[in-house]
Design a protein around this ligand. Structure first.
Ligand code: NAD
Length: 435
């Protein structure tokens, strides 16, 4: 099948590459000329484990190509995916201008029956808006399908190739058949393709992300309680996570969720609810609690040091989670800003995200070649992202590098007893401080 993917970011590039891998011919289209130039030169502009092998193979075998020209890119395509940004607008609702602009542009250039797929996360009713925008100028028949994407950055290829489920929102039998044919190679093990109406599909994605954000926030609230009553959140986590109704995942306490999806999707769902005069109170609490959770360790730092003006902090981890270079809404950046605002200095190391942070913060902080260089001469160490490389560091070496043996751990990487034995002052989330 010939497919076009409009928008070649984290979702679009993975979608395009994976569908090429299952034998389709895919053209990826993006307005960012620099990005397309890189892709044409076989350079992947993002860090996503495992993507390179599939990317190289499918380019070599002539199934994957790139262009900035929409008309050229969609020529002959039976399916056109829209994997475009839907950032929060000023009022918190999802900004649909990217999607509707492309929908306007598509109308006059469709040459034959085409399935247009909303892959972006979009509010209820967007399929109708996209349909109206295309229909205004289309000369041929087309269907708009909602097919939300559930991949996680860092394991995106695996998630895409073996999805837990595929959600297809359409009222057209013809489009449904084409979509099912496309996804068949990815669900051979029997994972379901769930077909529903467009609105339910659109809401499914927001419900999933908002539920997960709520689960994280709930556990952070339990962690805050643990600190006040002298309980250990890791024990509570194990105790509740073994209940099959609750499940083990998304129960780790920390300094809050970030990333390009949860914050904006929770906000957009709350806003959508408001538009239909529904006060989705839980979501408002989740958003405000997550904000305060992000800087919890700053309070601990100030309690420990008093004035931190002139002090140096080593920050391990910048990405919003491990295995990605994505720094959108990363809690690390909020913490760095708080430290700089208080007159402190920051030295940092992240295995993949430093280039992106350099683009934002320039030389206001020091970027180091590894985690030990970042610790050298610092007054304390802060852990912001749970990269595996930070899990078992050489603690004896860290002791020789830090001015004071104190660690503020926003991801609960270390055992508190071990830290006590090693002689560290150790603050984490939802567990007793080791002093
Ligand atoms: P992204 O910002 O990484 O990529 C979007 C791309 O679209 C960019 O390369 C941009 O240049 C391009 N673009 C903008 N306007 C264009 C136009 N007119 N024509 C062609 N290209 C254009 O975004 P993303 O992270 O891939 O997210 C895309 C959508 O998928 C969002 O709605 C997001 O919520 C959703 N989503 C993201 C993830 C994730 O983990 N990143 C997961 C599931 C769903």
């Amino acid at each position: 099948m010939k497919i076009a993917v409009v928008g070649t970011g984290y979702v679009g590039l993975v979608t395009g590459t994976c569908f090429a891998e299952t034998g389709n011919h895919v053209t990826c289209i993006d307005i960012d000329e620099k990005k397309v130039e890189k892709l044409k030169n076989k350079v992947i502009p993002i860090y996503e484990p495992g993507l390179d092998v599939l990317f190289d193979r499918n380019i070599k075998q002539g199934r994957l190509d790139f262009t900035t020209n929409l008309k050229e890119g969609i020529k002959g395509a039976k399916i056109i995916f829209l994997a475009l940004p839907t950032p929060p607008g000023e009022d918190g609702s999802a900004d649909l201008s990217y999607i509707l602009k492309v929908a306007d542009d598509l109308g006059p250039i469709l040459e034959d029956y085409t399935v247009i797929v909303d892959k972006s996360t979009v509010p209820v009713g967007t399929a109708d808006k996209v349909t109206a925008a295309i229909a205004a100028n289309a000369k041929v028949e087309f269907s708009v399908v909602s097919n939300p994407e559930f991949l996680r950055e860092g394991v995106a290829v695996e998630d895409f190739m073996k999805p837990d489920r595929v959600v297809i929102g359409t009222s057209s039998k013809k489009a449904q058949k084409i979509m099912e044919e496309l996804y068949a190679p990815l669900v051979r093990q029997g994972n379901p393709v769930i077909t529903m109406d467009e609105k339910s599909a659109e809401l499914t994605k927001y419900a999933a992300n908002s539920f997960l954000a709520t689960k994280i926030t709930f556990m952070n609230e339990i962690a805050n309680m643990c600190e006040l009553v002298g309980a250990d959140v890791d024990m509570v986590r194990k105790g509740v996570g073994t209940d099959s109704r609750i499940g083990k995942r998304f129960l780790f306490a920390g300094i809050g969720y970030g990333g390009s999806c949860f914050p904006k999707d929770v906000q957009a769902l709350a806003k959508s609810a408001k538009e239909v005069n529904y006060d989705f109170e839980i979501l408002n609490a989740v958003m405000s609690k997550n904000e305060t959770q992000k800087t919890k360790l700053i309070d601990r730092i100030k309690d420990h040091f008093g004035d931190i003006k002139g002090k140096t902090f080593s920050v391990w981890g910048l990405a919003f989670k491990p295995y990605t270079d994505d720094i959108r809404e990363a809690p690390a950046l909020v913490n760095i800003k708080a430290l700089l605002d208080a007159g402190a200095k920051v030295k940092t190391y992240d295995p993949e995200a430093m280039e992106n942070v350099k683009g934002q913060l320039g030389d206001s902080i020091e970027f180091c070649e590894d985690e030990y260089a970042a610790a050298e001469g610092a007054d304390a160490l802060l852990i912001m992202t749970e990269w595996p490389v930070f899990r078992t560091p050489e603690f004896d070496k860290i002791k020789t590098l830090l001015k004071e043996n104190v660690i503020f751990d926003g991801r609960n990487l270390y055992n508190t007893e071990t830290m006590a034995e090693l002689g560290f002052t150790y603050y984490s989330i939802g567990r007793a401080a080791v002093k």
